[in-house]
Design a protein around this ligand. Structure first.
Ligand code: GTP
Ligand code: MG
Length: 149
């Protein structure tokens, strides 16, 4: 099954959006297989956002991600990578569609509440960067036959 890495950023935690965000992915029918509430080290933040190393906002992004606790999660389901990105919405919350997490709760690109892996390769890299295999719990929800044929 496909897996993606999602993280509720420090602004989402500070704004008490943790329950609301998890609720959306649960209600959609995806399966939570890993979760931890944690402070992010500078090293982990720099690795996670390594592709943006040369961008002008990189230092600010690393400062922000390390500024308070985050909720790191792995979610499973058919098509979860692309679907979670749609549920999260565009990078800039001001242009993100209403109904998406960023569209409903954000107004600033530097405070966009949640991260989601953008492709199968990055999903795999991010899941293994943030979680050990033994921290992931594979399980078969009993509701599965009611969620997919
Ligand atoms: P993530 O899920 O966090 O990776 O966001 P994304 O995939 O929608 O966007 P991207 O990977 O391109 O950028 C990573 C993060 O850098 C974004 O979530 C923003 O917080 C920040 N970022 C991206 N572009 C800009 C920018 O032009 N200005 C500022 N200040 N921040 C930016
Ligand atoms: Mg990204």
């Amino acid at each position: 099954v496909e897996r993606t890495f999602l993280a509720i950023k420090p602004d989402g935690v500070q704004r008490s959006l943790v329950g609301e965000i998890i609720r959306r992915f649960e209600a959609k029918g995806f399966t939570l297989v890993g979760m931890k509430f944690m402070k992010v080290s500078r090293e982990l933040a720099e690795q996670h956002y390594g592709v943006h190393r040369e961008r002008p906002f990189f230092q600010g992004l690393v400062e922000f991600i390390t500024s308070g606790p985050v909720v790191a999660m792995v979610w499973e389901g058919d098509g979860v990578i692309a679907s979670a990105r749609k549920m999260i919405g565009a990078t800039n919350p001001l242009t993100a569609e209403p109904g998406t997490i960023r569209g409903d709760y954000g107004v600033n690109i530097g405070r966009n509440i949640i991260h989601g892996s953008d492709a199968p390769e990055t999903a795999q890299q991010e899941v293994s960067l943030w979680f050990k295999e033994e921290e992931l719990a594979s399980w078969e929800p009993s509701l599965t036959p009611w969620i997919k044929e």
